[in-house]
Design a protein around this ligand. Structure first.
Ligand SMILES: Nc1ncnc2c1ncn2[C@@H]1O[C@H](COP(=O)(O)OP(=O)(O)OP(=O)(O)O)[C@@H](O)[C@H]1O
Length: 220
């Protein structure tokens, strides 16, 4: 599957946030989006999923325009930047809702096995992020949008999530953004930078310095 989003124009009042966007992602690949604070990464993911309606956008799947919001198509799953699982929901119920196996989860995150009957708001911020990221990533959807999955997560758990992403990409299209750029660079097959409202496909990592996303030496 090839997912494309094109010709996005997003304004808030007179302020232009996005214009000249082109992003292509395909099954078997992780597409990483980088960009400085406030450049429009979350807005772009929201537009792609259908949560945010810009002045103009064009989404194509395998070359065919998709006019319905993606969230209505059953094709995509989206991890927002904020917590989205209701506070009172028990972990086992959240796994049932997402049709994701709890047993598979605890084979990877064995330290969570005691939490099965706990409500999600009893977890720490990082633990909750792991659950939400896992459920979105492992859901049975073809396109996965991940907005800052690594926030608040310890290095060991980040490595586990990265391994899962690399496994899931074999049959999913994964689009991810995070400020932990080294992890994004590490797992991405293609990298796109948002700068001045437009996407720049990064062919050589040195361009991240040239576009002043990283300071010189930031890649060393
Ligand atoms: N509902 C809104 N109303 C007005 N302006 C908004 C709204 N949502 C986002 N913005 C503005 O749009 C711009 C892009 O926001 P967005 O959240 O997409 O940035 P981001 O690249 O994800 O930033 P960060 O890395 O800090 O999370 C920002 O200038 C933000 O202030």
């Amino acid at each position: 599957m090839i997912f494309e989003i094109d010709n996005v124009e997003l304004y808030f009042k007179e302020k232009r946030i996005l214009n000249g966007i082109y992003l292509k992602a395909e099954t078997g690949e992780v597409t990483g989006i980088l960009g400085s604070n406030g450049c429009g990464k979350s807005c772009l993911l929201n537009i792609a999923f259908g949560n945010l309606k810009p002045k103009y956008k064009l989404i194509r799947i395998d070359g065919k325009p998709i006019l319905k919001p993606l969230y209505l198509t059953n094709l995509a799953s989206y991890l927002p930047q904020y917590n989205f699982i209701p506070n009172g929901l028990k972990l086992k119920s959240a796994f049932n809702l997402f049709k994701v196996s709890w047993d598979d989860f605890i084979t990877v995150f064995d330290d969570f096995s005691i939490y099965k009957n706990l409500k999600i708001n009893k977890l720490s911020g990082g633990e909750r992020r792991i659950i939400e990221t896992y459920l979105v990533l492992m859901s049975n959807k073809k396109i996965i949008f991940l907005d800052e999955p690594f926030s608040h997560i310890t290095p060991l758990h980040i490595e586990k999530i990265k391994a899962l992403i690399s496994e899931e990409k074999k049959h999913k299209t994964i689009i991810i953004t995070d400020h932990m750029y080294r992890h994004i660079i590490d797992i991405s097959d293609a990298i796109c930078l948002i700068k001045n409202g437009s996407t720049k496909l990064i062919n050589n990592l040195k361009e991240l310095e040239d576009y002043k996303y990283l300071s010189v030496g930031g890649l060393d």
